[in-house]
Design a protein around this ligand. Structure first.
Ligand code: DAT
Ligand code: MG
Length: 168
């Protein structure tokens, strides 16, 4: 199997509960490489794009409130790209099942997740579930200049009249 990349997002509850250290320690068991990471404020646009396949689900409005931080009063998430052999399935295994009550109790979701009274699975982390999904998601969350390994093809574009912020 070739090396592959996968996107992990530690959701707002993970940051609010100071679980980032514990979660990164658990993920380290996969012996993969972290090739990108950052803290992100999730906009409604990013949430809609990330979860575009779930827009019709009855739980989607709550899910959007969750990932954008409205539920926790905490709009930061930590996004990371892990890279290595079977990275997608290794990370999914350590993350555990989508439903935290059905997840292996020693998985991240089993240990730290819960089901809210609204029925939403508050499952602490996101992990890509296929190589098509990981490519789409990594390209959505990261630019090529933020990733330390060239994993997808890039192109150079010359921009004119682009407004961008710099340090003064
Ligand atoms: P996963 O995150 O395991 O890939 P998914 O992509 O199907 O699962 O769903 C995205 C998120 O939406 C999931 O992490 C939690 C929430 N969710 C999914 N199915 C749900 C359900 N039946 N009830 C409540 N929340 C759900
Ligand atoms: Mg998914």
């Amino acid at each position: 199997m070739d090396e592959e990349a996968t996107l992990v997002i530690i959701k707002p509850d993970g940051l609010k509960k100071s679980l980032t250290g514990n979660i990164l320690s658990r993920l380290a068991e996969a012996k993969l490489k972290i090739i990108a990471s950052k803290i992100v404020k999730v906009t409604v646009e990013l949430a809609n794009e990330h979860y575009n396949h779930l827009k019709e689900e009855p739980f989607y409005p709550e899910l959007a409130k969750y990932i954008t931080g409205v539920l926790h009063g905490e709009n930061r998430v930590m996004a990371l790209v892990y890279y290595g052999e079977n990275a997608i399935s290794k990370v999914r295994k350590i993350a555990g099942a989508t439903n935290p009550e059905q997840a292996d109790p020693v998985s991240i979701r089993g240990a730290y997740g819960r089901i809210l009274t609204t029925g939403l699975f508050e499952n602490v982390i996101h992990a890509s579930s296929s190589s098509d999904e990981s490519e789409r998601e990594i390209k959505l969350w990261f630019g090529p200049d933020e990733i330390t390994v060239v994993i997808y093809e890039t192109e150079e574009v010359i921009l004119e009249n682009v407004k961008k912020e710099f340090w003064k």
